[in-house]
Design a protein around this ligand. Sequence first.
Ligand SMILES: Cc1cc2nc3c(=O)[nH]c(=O)nc-3n(C[C@H](O)[C@H](O)[C@H](O)COP(=O)(O)OP(=O)(O)OC[C@H]3O[C@@H](n4cnc5c(N)ncnc54)[C@H](O)[C@@H]3O)c2cc1C
Ligand code: SF4
Length: 492
Amino acid sequence: MLGAGMANPDVIVVGSGFGGAVMAARLAESGAKVLILERGPFWGADDEPDRRPFPRGVRMGGALRNVWWSKGRRARNVTINRQGLFEIHVFKSLWTMGASGVGGGSLVYANAQADPRDDYWDLFPPEITAGEMRPYFEKATQVVRPQILPDWKERQEPLKSALEVSGNGSTAPVNLAVTFTKHANETEPGLHTEACRMCGECIMGCRYRAKNTLDRTYLEHAVHHGAEILPLSEVTHLGPVGDGYRVRWVDHATRRTHAAEARRVVLAAGALNTMRLLHQSWRDGVIDRLPETLGQRFSPNGDYINLIWKAGVEQAAPGAVFNALRDYGAANDPYFIGDASAPTTALPLPGKMRRDLDASRFLFVMGADNASGRLTYDGHGLRFAKGRSMDREFFDGADRVARELASHYRPEGLRTNLPFGSKSESLATFHIIGGAPMAKRMEDSAVDHTGQLRGHPGLYLSDSSVLPGPPGVPPSRTITAVAERIADLATD
Ligand SMILES: Cc1cc2nc3c(=O)[nH]c(=O)nc-3n(C[C@H](O)[C@H](O)[C@H](O)COP(=O)(O)OP(=O)(O)OC[C@H]3O[C@@H](n4cnc5c(N)ncnc54)[C@H](O)[C@@H]3O)c2cc1C
Ligand code: SF4
């Protein structure tokens, strides 16, 4: 039946972002029949007729998929366009944004690839150490193939001078999951990218196949090994049956519902959607019990986003979103810093606004907040009450760092903690972490070190929900490496 996918899969993967794509690729490579269910469409370049073109200019109207609004008496979802690219969650004091489509967050991320410090792994179960994780980071590098921004030395100004003058360390070459120099062997699966045109539109999706997104890397590898991807297939429930699990989904193309069973299921719908799916399945009696620790160690990755309005220093030419990153590994204070530009050519902006934004900079400050947040479920959707109060000292410190560094850009204006302002209790983030954490002690964890949900062997979680705390850097590389480890143990 159309939209029902392959018969008798060994593994069903829910969600095709970092956690799902890695698991799908590695399990398919090991010989398993893998079915991937993804709620969003295939996105692609303008000359790929079988893919949906990324929203741009006048096509921007359809960009928003849905908004989860959790501020009133009960959470509710407003769906705007099921084929839209972005999803927004509005909690009491926290706003988050993610993506929908084959490739998940990789479609819109700013491509920054950064490793956490070694002591990050102290939060994890004793089986997981910095040394044990190194080969998994190496595997991630081989597939994602980050390259150093070619003109990073020029672009690192003015962050470099700001860091030096303030005594806050120095910058590092920017590793981005982008093809700046074309790969030698294009016949190998997963190498179908083109050279970057430095248009700087990365966070609206790449129109030129230059981002090494998951659909062009891990997922292509999965398909090469027989995996099947069903786009526009939104999972609504999953629960145990026999010696495996049954997954139900709705096909948004035909509006039909389908179900399939497999001995192993990988839940990788992104931290918030993974959490909601588990609660929804429990509410409707499809899954009988969930670990009490579910919802814990939820964190916005210490994100603190700032706009340096019309910097008085010389600007880099338009190009990749990230211009400079602070050498976080070498510094001892808790803040990772990134200098980024806006994707102005992709946005329908009046000329003056475009010129002003081109002269401005976003300063991303992030780091290891204390991950003391707890997500709950109100029978309809997720709730989260905290914002800055989660770790006031950390976020106030981020504000001080942003102000100090921004002053060296000699800006006309500065707005810290976008979009709310420095006095606000509310925060915004692109990097949601935790909720179904691995933890040092088994009794504090929701999944064990192999990624299986406690009490549910064969039900794997492999996305950002399993991280017990923020890696303190943009998290996709850490998620990828942890998923590589989960996949490695699952294929033994
Ligand atoms: C604008 C932006 C810029 C960013 N820049 C960076 C960066 O430079 N570096 C970095 O490391 N990180 C960056 N991130 C963060 C990064 O994208 C996320 O941390 C990462 O994508 C999370 O991976 P994941 O596997 O947890 O989930 P996701 O990548 O979010 O994947 C989840 C997938 O599951 C699908 N899904 C959800 N619900 C269902 C369902 N019910 N049924 C089927 N499918 C479902 C979703 O559509 C999605 O494709 C950025 C994020 C944004 C939004
Ligand atoms: S700068 Fe432009 S061409 Fe290069 S990866 Fe980003 S969106 Fe693609």
